[in-house]
Design a protein around this ligand. Structure first.
Ligand code: ADP
Length: 464
């Protein structure tokens, strides 16, 4: 642990630069600072943005990676080794640019390396010779960014990768490592930018497939753009949000359930698509259970991601903080805030908050932050709760805490969710053995980290 002594860590004060990585001369956009969400006075680096013109030039310069499968596999395996060799630097950028806690940052680098090794091992068959746009979010800025483009590259496509506007530095460093590992610059081009760059990608007729992770609203905009601008049959791999629920019945082990709830709702400050949003507790235990849960919330330790004792960091930016805070304040006016704990005043911290609702249908939309809703149900209302959860149209994660074996089977068969977790926290997936992905409004599948996912990247459309 002495190795992570902040004062002696050169990465604590280092800065990074990000810019479009394109295989041609291309116009670029403006330059801007990138700041630490836990401490906006800490400038982590600078980014030169791509513009829609950069996208057009990069699409022209793209060349599918038509090397034999073993060459692609070797380069992607080398990239996994390079990620590991540069662990300290990636770790530091995850802390300072994305506000990831120690635990979250380590887990994320491991997941990114797992994606690289998993898809590298499956880089078989003839190259797909398509052009894929990969549009990724800021909440898993290394793992999702790496997973999407590695699958596309393993299949032999060229990739135009657009990281989220909040996390360009990490994406730039990761793309450099892939190039260093032997991925040709014409096969992987990086376009740091906002929605306008994303829109330029999803309407460029040379693009033959789109992989997207982000909000359901943006997925719907992209879906429309693909239908209007790209060739018929263009694959669209979308992974989006969820209104994820957990049911705690009166037989559940309360300590186990409380621990699972805190991890599922508040790790990563609730900024996971898998995060628990709505908790259903059986009415006869709700009073004692709520007391235990709020007591456990008081023991959470919000703070700087760099601090070893921190288990809850900031949200990503001022806009996210303002949106979540407005939502909480509206609930407070209605007298529905059950509990809240204090957080640091500097930086983009949002207090973990428990809000009472009458059921998941009372939540209009996913709140992407440390906000947990609690509802109750009577012993004979279990099926109604399941129907209510299914009726949201989302179907990403679901958790169940019970000691009734038959109930596990009954509920698992009826619930419409991509990933179901019983008597544990409802986060995490394992590349290879437990792929991750949702149904309905939560995504178009197939699950990331599974065998079918890669197949979708072999089904690109010809340029229109
Ligand atoms: P979030 O709310 O998590 O930021 P978004 O769906 O807005 O989710 O963002 C996910 C990714 O989609 C980001 O890289 C973002 O820049 C990109 N994006 C936003 N708007 C568009 C758009 N109209 N077309 C394509 N990509 C977009």
């Amino acid at each position: 642990l002495a190795m992570i002594d902040a004062a002696r860590d050169p990465f604590r004060t280092a800065t990074w630069k990000a810019a479009p990585l394109v295989a041609c001369e291309a116009p670029v956009g403006a330059e801007e600072p990138v700041v630490n969400p836990a401490d906006p006075s800490d400038v982590v680096g600078h980014v030169t943005w791509a513009s829609p013109e950069t996208v057009a030039a990069a699409a022209q310069a793209a060349q599918p990676w038509d090397a034999p499968p073993e060459v692609r596999a070797e380069a992607l395996t080398r990239a996994a080794d390079l990620y590991e060799a540069n662990f300290g630097e990636l770790f530091a950028i995850l802390h300072r640019e994305a506000g990831k806690s120690l635990l979250d940052a380590v887990a994320e680098i491991r997941e990114a390396v797992d994606f690289l090794r998993y898809y590298a091992a499956r880089a078989e068959g003839a190259p797909a010779v398509g052009l894929f746009a990969c549009i990724s979010p800021w909440n898993f800025p290394l793992a999702i960014f790496t997973g999407q483009m590695t699958a596309a590259l393993a299949a032999g496509n060229a990739v135009l990768a657009k990281p989220a506007e909040q996390t360009p530095l990490l994406a730039h460093r990761a793309a450099q490592l892939l190039h260093q590992a032997g991925v040709p610059e014409t096969a992987l081009q990086l376009l740091p930018g906002a929605g306008d760059v994303g829109a330029a990608l999803t309407s460029n007729p040379q693009v033959g497939g789109v992989a997207f992770t982000g909000s359901t609203d943006t997925a719907q905009i992209i879906h429309k753009s693909i239908a209007e601008n790209l060739a018929p049959g263009t694959p669209f791999i979308a992974e989006t949000g969820g209104l994820n629920a957990m049911i705690v019945d009166s037989t559940a082990l309360p300590e186990q359930a409380v621990k699972a709830i805190l991890e599922s709702s508040f790790q990563s400050a609730g900024q996971r698509c898998s995060a628990l949003r709505c908790l259903y507790v059986q009415e006869d235990i709700v009073e004692s259970f709520t007391e235990m849960l709020t007591g456990a919330m008081d023991a959470l330790s919000p703070g700087a991601p760099w601090d070893l004792s921190t288990d809850l960091g900031p949200v990503i930016d001022a806009e996210a903080k303002a949106g979540i805070t407005d939502y909480i304040e509206a609930a407070r006016k209605d007298g529905r805030v059950v509990h809240q704990i204090d957080v640091p005043q500097t930086g983009h911290f949002v207090p973990p908050t428990l809000i009472r609702v009458n059921g998941i249908e009372a939540m209009e939309r996913e709140i992407f932050g440390p906000v947990l809703h609690i509802a109750t149900f009577k012993a004979d209302q279990l099926d109604r709760v399941i129907d209510t959860i299914n009726a949201t149209g989302y179907g990403l994660t679901f958790g169940l805490q019970t000691r009734i074996d038959d109930r596990v089977q009954h509920v698992s068969e009826r619930i419409e969710a991509g990933n179901v977790y019983v008597n544990r926290n409802q986060i995490g997936a394992i590349v290879g053995s437990q792929p991750f992905g949702g149904e309905g409004l939560s995504g178009t599948g197939p699950k990331a980290g599974g065998p079918l996912y890669l197949d979708r990247f072999r089904q690109h459309a010809a340029p229109s």
